[in-house]
Design a protein around this ligand. Structure first.
Ligand code: HEM
Ligand code: HEM
Length: 159
């Protein structure tokens, strides 16, 4: 069998860790839409609730941010699988950036777990606790990934 054209990348030790440009853009696009939809939901839910005659009513756009968010959450699980196969396993073997990388994986796992729970937790108190624990981790995700990426680029430049 002919080797897959990407496999010659094994020669450069850095190459197998890197996603192709298309895949990287896909991961960034899904990631930012995921984050943005969550952040917009928070803004609309906590700041733009409309005061009405019969109590507060949600802004008409609010449910749409959550619909977009849920769609992007499916996409994020897909792209996380991609990153896992193409980057995390090989990255772990290098022994480098394990702390920042594993933290990102841990936060993503928590987001998936708590996001799932948000659908099924009936008890109002448990649901709102889970909600806050979900979006606090979600808001912090870009900062954690940025740290990992900055550390990664610095290492790459030195070698
Ligand atoms: C245990 C988990 C992880 C480990 C051990 C790990 C390891 C690494 C290493 C060693 C580098 C430096 C690459 C180099 O030297 O060329 C790197 C860079 C990077 N990692 Fe990770 N990583 C992990 C998880 C993740 C996750 C979950 C993401 C994203 C969702 C991610 C995204 C990136 C990006 C974007 C870079 C910069 C690549 C570049 O532009 O050069 N990593 N990682
Ligand atoms: C892999 C990452 C993530 C997954 C799998 C995920 C999944 C989910 C799911 C399934 C829901 C419930 C949607 C519904 O009730 O219709 C949800 C709600 C939410 N997510 Fe995420 N999410 C992720 C990342 C994020 C990020 C990065 C943020 C950033 C702010 C965020 C903020 C929120 C907010 C504010 C809600 C609404 C909470 C509520 O209804 O009380 N999520 N998420």
């Amino acid at each position: 069998m002919k080797p897959h054209p990407h496999h010659h990348a094994v020669i450069g030790h850095r190459a197998p860790l890197r996603l192709s440009r298309q895949r990287r853009y896909l991961v960034y696009a899904v990631g930012w839409l995921l984050w943005l939809s969550g952040a917009l939901w928070l803004l609309f839910h906590y700041a733009l609730m409309q005061k009405g005659e019969f109590g507060d009513t949600p802004h008409p756009l609010e449910p749409w941010w959550l619909r977009l968010h849920a769609a992007m959450a499916f996409g994020a699980l897909w792209t996380f699988g991609l990153v896992w196969g193409a980057h995390v396993v090989a990255g772990w073997r290098t022994g480098r950036l394990r702390w920042s990388g594993a933290t990102a994986v841990g936060v993503l796992t928590w987001l998936a777990l708590s996001g799932y729970l948000l659908y099924y937790l009936g008890d109002e108190r448990w649901r709102s606790l889970t909600s806050v624990a979900h979006w606090v981790a979600g808001l912090a995700l870009p900062a954690m990934l940025a740290l990992h990426i900055v550390l990664g680029r610095r290492r790459a430049r030195r070698s």
